[in-house]
Design a protein around this ligand. Structure first.
Ligand SMILES: Nc1nc2c(ncn2[C@@H]2O[C@H](COP(=O)(O)OP(=O)(O)OP(=O)(O)O)[C@@H](O)[C@H]2O)c(=O)[nH]1
Ligand SMILES: [Mg+2]
Length: 369
């Protein structure tokens, strides 16, 4: 049996096995096996099929536009950035990943226009998958839906799941430590629905004979497998609905309903028209907010506060990270800092390198002579 047939037969067995307490560990083992075989198949095809695909990350953060052909991804990239991506009234206009840079609230946000998602699947070739893999390196996914095709959202989720992108999930809180004897020991700070037998079965499938596994949360079989595999990426997402110029205000109700059916809150979805240039400022604000960026204005000796070119950092960043991003003499001669603004208890508060910064802080670094 070839790998592909093996995968198919495991999938069939999983589908035909009723899932309950008595079959749980069996299903667990099957799912673990399936994940392994898929991995193997992928490694084979990428070894034979070229170099993979990558786009250089630049700017303060990277956002991948993900959507079906013709929903308006390239049109959106063109109105949000300096890029010129080809657009067309027919499908699969864009075959390569086109990057563009969007400047908003002091941040340089790199947008990647990823080709219409189903291309790979449609042609039955692996190249669509390879192109899609650039999404793995993004800091945020922007789902682009067309106003009449909200249901495509389901398929987008599925495709990303298949290339091991976990959207809007945190990594499972699972730690595993191999040891030399005593079998598998399970500890958990949360009540587990899964039987110990299932957990052990899945672990053995991945070659663990002697190991301590600790759970910081309750997991199902899929999350357990995700926790044991190292190549999953966890990326947050937001969604926009394009081509709203084509609908009446009444039809918006229908769209809202379709969004709610998919657990999308219409209030959190941005309605835009790339063509009529509507909703674009709101979309940029949402991108900015969901990237978790913060602006820090540097108070420069003799030159005052620079409000034009803030230092862009991630939420939760400390002075240490700010200093390291600035590099050079700031890093070598750092003594302490003075902070004014949201993170400070008072103006020009003296702080050390572990102080956590907030958006719109003003920072003055005091260096050794
Ligand atoms: N009415 C309307 N048409 C739009 C809007 N945005 C894009 N279009 C049109 O939709 C068609 C497809 O747009 P593209 O930007 O090429 O779509 P794409 O998602 O990049 O498609 P692929 O590259 O094939 O994946 C073009 O004819 C656009 O002019 C919009 O907001 N309103
Ligand atoms: Mg395009």
């Amino acid at each position: 049996m070839g790998l592909e047939e093996e995968i198919e037969s495991i999938e069939e067995e999983i589908a035909s096995t009723p899932y309950n307490k008595s079959t749980e560990s069996h299903v667990g083992r099957l799912k673990a096996k399936l994940a392994e075989k898929k991995e193997k198949l992928e490694n084979q095809s990428s070894a034979g099929g070229g170099t993979g695909y990558s786009v250089e990350k630049t700017g303060d953060a990277t956002v991948a536009l993900v959507g079906f052909p013709s929903v308006g991804k390239s049109s959106l990239l063109n109105v949000l950035t300096n890029a010129e991506s080809e657009t067309g009234a027919y499908e699969f206009t864009t075959l390569d990943v086109n990057p563009g840079m969007c400047k908003h609230r002091g941040a340089n946000i790199q947008l990647l226009d990823v080709p219409g998602l189903i291309k790979g699947a449609a042609t039955g070739k692996g190249d669509g998958k390879q192109v899609l893999s650039v999404v793995r390196n993004a800091d945020l996914i922007l789902f682009v839906l067309s106003v009449f095709e909200i249901e495509q959202y389901d398929r987008l989720q599925e495709e990303l799941y298949n290339i091991k992108i976990r959207v809007d999930q945190q990594p499972p809180r699972i730690t595993v430590r191999s040891k030399i004897k005593d079998g598998i020991k399970i500890t958990s700070s949360a009540e587990q629905e899964l039987d110990e037998a299932t957990i052990k079965e899945v672990m053995r499938e991945y070659g663990y004979v002697n190991a301590d596994i600790n759970f910081g949360e309750a997991v199902d079989i899929d999350r357990l497998i995700d926790g044991l595999m190292e190549n999953r990426v966890y990326i947050p997402s937001i969604t926009c609905v394009n081509k709203v110029d084509l609908i009446t205000p009444e039809y918006k109700e229908t769209v809202d309903e379709q969004l709610r059916e998919r657990d999308l809150d219409p209030e959190e979805v941005t309605f835009i028209s790339a063509e009529a240039e509507r909703g674009l400022e709101a979309l940029k604000d949402r991108l900015w907010e969901n990237l978790g960026l913060i602006r820090v204005y540097m108070d420069k000796p003799g030159r005052g506060v620079d409000y034009d070119e803030p230092l862009m950092l991630r939420e939760g960043a400390t002075i240490e990270e700010a200093v390291s991003k600035l590099g050079g003499e700031f890093e070598e001669r750092f003594r302490f800092a003075r902070v004014s603004g949201p993170s400070a208890t008072h103006d020009k508060q003296q702080v050390g390198d572990q102080h956590v910064l907030e958006d719109e802080d003003v920072l003055k670094l005091i260096l050794r002579r």
